[in-house]
Design a protein around this ligand. Structure first.
Ligand SMILES: Cc1cc2nc3c(=O)[nH]c(=O)nc-3n(C[C@H](O)[C@H](O)[C@H](O)COP(=O)(O)OP(=O)(O)OC[C@H]3O[C@@H](n4cnc5c(N)ncnc54)[C@H](O)[C@@H]3O)c2cc1C
Length: 419
């Protein structure tokens, strides 16, 4: 089949690779100059199927409401624009009910496990190196945090995800650079989860997709889609491309493109921020920064080692200006990093970045037929798109090639968002 993919973030690149591997004729149109230039550019790097979950969870709306304007706010309204997101927030609030959250979390977990297995396979077969580190440590500052993770620990036990609750001493053995002066109650160690550089992986997989014949066309935006038995993509250079199927992997911008063919998806941009800085060298040695990936559960911040650099990510801003970095969000990242690894990085060489997580209100992405003939979607991976990309691409490819999905698709198709 001749397949056009719109968008070359991590989701578009993995999809291009899988489709090309199955012998399809693939062309990817990307409005930016390179792959992974938007949400996939400098994300937290966590590959943690054990932690993948919808942001809408029981108790979360009230927690968010309480913290909304505090200095440790997890979710901030991005100014007056946030009002436009009220319908989305309403759906998010309804999805936080236990009976809706449970199946959604399960669906995301299934996909995350499948995705991790596919990524491992690709990494091994293609010999990919992308600054991987093994293991994730969830730092629990106090009894309150330990109590808050009990529900998740019960699920990890049920699902057979290897994990250990460890005391502060054991945690400091795992991460010897942790500041002795910062109080730590306990931690959860997930030895089979990990982290890696999403952007680097996207570049490597793009090269592999090209080897299989996939074509990437940069600085070329899709302006409109045409649905039907002979679908089309109208480009901003005036050309209209005919094909057998279109796969929309355009992140948050997909909403407008899909509305043009009558598909309305409640996709919202939830902005997060990251700081990436080189490790400080002391007497020619790296300072004792993090060895692997950690999360600070109180502040909902991830700290990841990426080669000789450290990345700190966090925050969730609804609405707001995509290009405006919030000083408060940056201060929070620096404060938490300095709390755990004081002086570990060269802050003056840090890169600051803000990205838009393409998020559906109930959590899981949508994979497969969009509802408009000939138009397929691989969208809405929210805060876990890196962890879910390889599996989502594989699922989409199997369905588009006319085969059964390799996992239970309950909760992963657009059908759940209709009505
Ligand atoms: C701060 C932050 C931290 C995160 N941390 C993690 C993490 O630790 N682990 C994890 O798993 N996930 C994480 N995520 C989420 C993850 O980064 C995203 O879910 C993922 O990158 C989404 O990938 P995507 O390909 O769907 O979107 P994008 O990477 O945004 O790609 C979409 C692409 O489509 C292109 N495009 C859009 N419209 C058009 C058009 N009309 N024509 C042509 N091209 C178009 C865009 O230019 C873009 O390149 C994080 C996100 C953020 C912001």
């Amino acid at each position: 089949m001749r397949i056009v993919i719109v968008g070359a973030g991590i989701v578009g690149v993995t999809t291009a690779y899988e489709l090309a591997l199955q012998g399809h004729e693939v062309t990817v149109y990307e409005r930016r100059g390179s792959v992974a230039s938007e949400a996939s550019f400098a994300n937290g790097g966590l590959l943690a199927p054990g932690l993948v979950a919808p942001s809408a969870a029981p108790g979360m709306p009230w927690q968010v409401a309480r913290q909304l304007f505090g200095s440790h706010a997890r979710l901030r309204p991005g100014g007056i624009d946030a009002l436009a997101q009220l319908p989305w927030l309403w759906r998010w609030w309804r999805a936080s009910r236990a009976r809706v959250h449970g199946p959604n979390r399960m669906a995301m977990h299934r996909l995350a496990q499948f995705s991790a297995a596919r990524m491992q396979e690709l990494t091994r077969c293609l010999n990919l190196e992308f600054e991987q580190t093994p293991g994730v440590v969830m730092l629990l500052r106090g009894e309150r945090e330990l109590k808050a993770v009990q529900g998740s620990l019960a699920l990890l036990r049920d699902w057979g995800v290897p994990h250990h609750v460890v005391d502060a001493a054991r945690c400091r053995e795992l991460e010897p650079g942790l500041n002795e002066g910062t109080s730590l109650h306990a931690a959860v160690h997930l030895p089979q989860d990990g982290a890696g550089n999403c952007r680097q992986f996207a570049h490597l997989l793009k090269a592999e997709a090209q080897r299989l014949g996939a074509r990437f066309r940069f600085h070329t935006a899709a302006r409109a889609l045409g649905a039907g038995t002979a679908p089309t993509v109208a480009l901003d250079n005036g050309v209209t491309v005919p094909c057998d199927a279109v796969v929309v992997c355009a992140g948050v911008s997909a909403r407008t493109l899909l509305a043009g063919v009558g598909v309305r998806l409640p996709l919202a941009a939830v902005h997060g921020t990251s700081v990436t800085a080189p490790l400080r060298h002391l007497d020619g040695l790296d300072a004792p920064g993090p060895r692997g990936a950690l999360t600070d559960e109180r502040h909902q911040i991830a700290i990841t080692r990426l080669g000789h650099r450290v990345r700190v990510t966090g925050g969730a801003e609804i609405g707001g200006e995509p290009s405006r970095l919030e000083p408060a969000a940056l201060r929070r990242l620096y404060r938490v990093l300095d709390d755990w690894f004081p002086g570990a990085v060269l802050a003056r060489e840090a890169q600051h970045w803000k990205g838009a997580q393409p998020m559906l209100p109930d959590g899981p992405p949508v994979l497969g037929e969009s509802g408009a003939p000939g138009i397929w979607v691989n969208l809405g991976h929210g805060a876990s798109g890196w962890a879910l990309a390889c599996g989502s691409a594989r699922v989409l490819t199997e369905r588009l090639s006319g085969r059964d999905a390799p996992l239970d698709m309950a909760g992963l198709t657009v059908a759940r968002l209709r009505g």
